[in-house]
Design a protein around this ligand. Structure first.
Ligand SMILES: [Fe+2]
Length: 242
């Protein structure tokens, strides 16, 4: 199986369209989504509808659940909370119902999809340090777990002896008897100081994974945020990649 894994789209239609176009250009037939379709950006309906059309499996992110009151928005910072309230007022009921129906995790073949962390997806914990990644491996049986949430692409493995480390090459091979946690980065709001959209390609035939970065029309996404009356800092950060 060859598949694209996308996530943290955050209502950024320009970024999502660029990523979908790139996936199609590579003739990849399956797409999975690790959540956060909405929040921050100006096109929640279009992003939900395009994701539902293109993705074969989608799990919920904390912003998706906050938009439908399944996660407490009071845990969000003020700007994120304001964007959630805007999203609630500007998203069709049928699309909000789709967000409400998303599950916290799902397995496709030997792949686990979850937004934040495999141990307790509902806690929305962030994985940054090696210790934080190491702690998670015993909680799932699949060979590869794809995550998002931090908006920072990264990859960690654990071998049969429990040795855990980050992978720094890209692309990288999947080695027998190792398990992997891959953060695919963010389509619509990257935070690793690289403003290009990020997603991952899983190649189960050649046993490899690659993180892809793509330029997209950032000025248009920024203008839409400003025109929508969303906080301007959300437009500024798209260009900064943080
Ligand atoms: Fe996110």
């Amino acid at each position: 199986m060859k598949a694209a894994i996308i996530g943290d789209i955050h209502s950024n239609l320009e970024a999502l369209q660029a990523v979908i176009k790139n996936i199609k250009k590579r003739s990849i037939k399956r797409t999975f989504c690790v959540g956060d379709l909405v929040g921050y950006g100006a096109n929640p309906n279009e992003c939900i509808e395009l994701c539902l059309k293109e993705a074969h499996a989608i799990v919920a992110g904390n912003h998706d659940y906050a938009a439908v009151d399944k996660t407490d928005v009071r845990t969000f910072n003020p700007v994120a909370a304001e964007a959630i309230r805007w999203t609630q007022n500007n998203t069709k009921k049928e699309n909000l119902d789709k967000l409400k129906s998303l599950k916290l995790s799902t397995t496709v073949d030997s792949i686990l999809l979850v937004h934040a962390s495999p141990i307790k997806p509902e806690m929305w914990n962030y994985l940054f340090s090696l210790e934080e990644f190491e702690h998670e491996f015993s909680s799932f049986k699949e060979k590869v777990c794809f995550i998002g949430h931090s908006h920072i692409p990264s990859a960690a493995f654990q071998d049969a002896n429990g040795y855990t480390d980050f992978l720094r090459e890209n692309p990288f091979p999947l080695i027998a008897k190792r398990k992997y946690i891959i953060n695919v980065g963010s389509v619509g709001q990257p935070r690793d100081l690289d403003p290009r959209a990020s997603y991952a390609i899983y190649d189960g035939n050649n046993n490899s994974i690659e993180i892809i970065r793509l330029e997209y029309n950032i000025p248009l996404a920024q203008q839409k945020i400003i025109d929508a009356g969303l906080p301007e800092v959300l437009a500024d950060r798209l260009l900064m990649g943080k």
